[in-house]
Design a protein around this ligand. Structure first.
Ligand code: NAD
Ligand code: IPM
Ligand code: MN
Length: 354
């Protein structure tokens, strides 16, 4: 098949991990006879430096014409002055809004070797296999903002339509898994959460074969550490999902392992690791590329319908997690390049066998 893939390297370790993802996708194209056209565009701090805009018009145009988008990460200390008027993160949010990708899918699977590196005891993390659906284009991220010398506000607003569509996404996904949805809110305090809970209860009536449980976000943060194996699909609003998914990623051993897919819009899906630009390790080939490589696998499956290719990439990553020298965040001493090379080698061997 032919596909046009927009690559947004961004800032910090973004370009390092994005090029690992592209290398794997190129290998997929070559081995399976596809034609992927990659075009790189500016986003984030890099785009501010070059164009004075974190999501320049030419990037927007390319996004609207793409079949899929692979992103590294944006942001860094250079652009983080609390008084700055333009910020790299605005580019990311504008892109999500532009593409209408309201469902951010963040799976968490444990591999026995890396689970041993989790700060939690092995008996607690045994059997963990969950997926977060984070609402991505609404809530406090996109509400009205004000700031004066004496105060500031961030408005949190959700419409029934925004809540309902992401909940349906979660329930549909649960049907292909263990048929359990945990809806996370703060309904004891927030009006948006009370609306969220009411909509969740109503939508659940259309899915009698799926169990719905409501959970308050503060205790959810605890349960993720005390009984993570009890969860299947966890659905929540934008900011709660941002925070809980970084927390949960550590169960698997490292933030650097977690992929994501942002989907649900009329056009391209966006695929990116959940981590940020990691300024503390940028430019040293220390970044773990596996979260991005697993995001590339999600791109193959969700945007291009290439399930077999995605499975071979995932199997190659599994093999690397099993045997290879890994990056420093996972206790190893391998470079980003070496781990990427190990995935490419494992992929080639598996593709030949497939
Ligand atoms: P971060 O995710 O960049 O880093 C947190 C910690 O995890 C750091 O110690 C980092 O070294 C480590 N880490 C992250 N990814 C890693 C990887 N692939 N391999 C090894 N170690 C890894 O979070 P932060 O430091 O709070 O944020 C830095 C910047 O990134 C900020 O400007 C923030 O806005 C931005 N950010 C961007 C995205 C994105 O582009 N999607 C996501 C999160 C944060
Ligand atoms: C993420 C990031 C972004 C978010 C930031 C950089 C705007 O943390 O993708 O998880 O909060 O959504
Ligand atoms: Mn985040």
């Amino acid at each position: 098949m032919k596909a046009s893939i927009v690559v947004l390297p961004g800032d910090g370790i973004g370009p390092e991990v994005a090029s690992a993802g592209v290398a794997v996708l190129r290998q997929v194209a070559q081995r399976f006879g596809h034609e992927f056209a990659f075009t790189e565009h500016a986003i984030g701090g890099d785009a501010i430096d070059r164009f004075g805009d974190p999501l320049p018009p030419e990037t927007r145009e390319a996004l609207l014409a793409a079949d899929a988008v692979l992103l590294g990460a944006v942001g860094g200390p250079k652009w983080s002055d609390p008084n700055a008027s333009i910020r790299p993160e605005q580019g990311l949010l504008a892109m999500r809004k532009l593409l209408g990708v309201f469902a951010n899918v963040r799976p968490l699977k444990l591999h026995p070797r890396t689970a041993a590196l989790s700060p939690l005891k092995a008996e607690r993390t045994k059997g963990v296999d969950l997926v977060f659906i984070r609402e991505l284009t609404g809530g406090i991220y996109f509400g009205a903002k004000t700031r004066s010398d004496t105060d500031a506000t961030d408005e949190c607003r959700y419409s029934v339509e925004e809540i309902e569509r992401v909940l349906r996404h979660a329930f549909d996904l649960a049907r292909s898994r263990r048929r359990k949805v945990t809806s996370v809110d703060k309904a004891n305090v927030l009006e948006t959460s009370r609306l969220w809970r009411a909509v969740a209860t109503r939508v659940a009536a259309d899915y009698p074969d799926v169990e719905l449980e409501h959970q308050l976000v503060d205790s959810m943060a605890m349960h993720l550490l005390t009984r993570p194996a009890d969860y299947d699909v966890i659905v929540t609003e934008n900011m709660f999902g941002d925070i809980l998914t970084d927390e949960a990623s550590v169960l698997a051993g490292s933030l650097g392992l977690s992929p994501s897919a942002s989907i649900g819009g009329p056009g391209a899906g966006v695929y990116e690791p959940i981590h940020g630009s990691a300024p503390d390790i940028a430019g040293q080939s220390l970044a773990n590329p596996l979260g991005t490589i697993l995001s590339a696998a999600m791109l193959l499956r969700h945007s291009l319908g290439l399930a077999q290719e995605a499975a071979v990439v995932e199997a190659a990553v599994d093999q690397v997690l099993e045997h290879a020298n890994l990056t420093r965040d996972l206790g190893g001493s391998a470079t980003t390049h070496a781990v990427t090379r190990a995935v490419l080698d494992a992929f080639t061997a598996k593709a030949e066998a497939a």
